[in-house]
Design a protein around this ligand. Structure first.
Ligand SMILES: Nc1ncnc2c1ncn2[C@@H]1O[C@H](COP(=O)(O)OP(=O)(O)OP(=O)(O)O)[C@@H](O)[C@H]1O
Ligand SMILES: [Mg+2]
Length: 251
């Protein structure tokens, strides 16, 4: 097995608040790994730390075997790990065309076959080139999230960090975007690390998951175990009861 992302005893401290407390997670290459836990448990902080966007005070992060230190200055790292956020409106620039937002990362990395990559990425997320010169406000929520996914793909990463990528969308659009993500993962042989508060989504998308509470990982289990109720922690059981998506699926 090849490990794509390894997070070992990672701590993130804001002032004197410990948002992440010796959390460890290991994600295999090609798998889709889920992170669940109550609000404030540190899920986004963990993704942000991997993306180099949170102040790591202790522990280690390795991506494809290489330890990340000062990773934000490392262009190769930026290309291999990309993040998709919950709110595509917040992550897209309101006054720039889709084209411009797709060109930008290519320009930063000095990539020359931009035209081909833009057309490919738009096609892959199910938006034709007709969307290329529109502005974010001229798109639906689902289309905006497709653009955010296209932008994450344009540098041809191997790992996507997905922070509640569909929870701002209507249920039917949510299913479309999840199917799209799954297809992209297969086609590009990507590794996903995905946060969702909806256990129905996580068990559908991910083979294994970690359960977080208070900045710690309190349980690791497979989706099959979760669905079958083979759960060690009461905390995890309570999350299951609280997750509407999961109730719907298991009712
Ligand atoms: N920049 C920051 N400064 C101070 N505290 C922060 C910062 N970012 C996060 N925190 C705190 O760290 C804790 C974990 O936050 P985080 O965003 O990781 O939670 P989460 O599990 O993603 O929750 P949610 O499900 O609501 O998105 C929270 O208590 C939050 O208030
Ligand atoms: Mg969060």
């Amino acid at each position: 097995m090849t490990v794509a992302v390894s997070v070992e005893n990672l701590s993130v401290v804001y002032d004197d608040f410990r948002a992440l407390d010796t959390a460890s997670v290991e994600v295999e290459a090609g798998e889709s790994f889920g992170l669940v836990g109550e609000s404030g448990s540190g899920k986004s902080t963990l993704l942000r730390a991997i993306a180099g966007l949170a102040p790591v005070s202790d522990g280690a992060i390795r991506v494809q075997g290489r330890e990340l230190r000062g990773a934000r200055r490392n262009k190769a790292f930026y290309r291999s790990v990309q993040m998709v956020f919950q709110d595509p409106y917040g992550s897209l620039h309101p006054r720039q065309t889709i084209d411009r937002q797709l060109v930008e990362p290519l320009a930063i990395h000095g990539i020359s076959d931009g035209e081909r990559r833009i057309l490919k990425a738009l096609d892959e997320v199910g938006l034709g080139s007709g969307f290329r010169f529109r502005y974010p406000h001229q798109l639906s929520g689902g289309q905006r999230q497709r653009v955010a996914i296209a932008r994450a793909l344009i540098l041809e990463p191997s790992i996507l960090l997905l922070d509640e990528p569909t929870s701002a969308l209507d249920a039917s659009v949510q299913a479309e975007v999840l199917n799209l993500l799954e297809q992209v993962r297969r086609d590009r042989k990507l590794t996903f690390l995905m946060v969702s508060h909806d256990l129905g989504v996580v068990t559908h998308m991910c083979g294994r998951l970690a359960v977080m509470q208070g900045g710690r990982v309190v349980e690791r289990l497979t989706s099959a175990d979760l669905v079958a109720g083979r759960i060690a922690e009461d905390y995890t059981r309570n999350l299951m009861v609280a997750s509407k998506g999961f109730r719907r699926k298991t009712a």
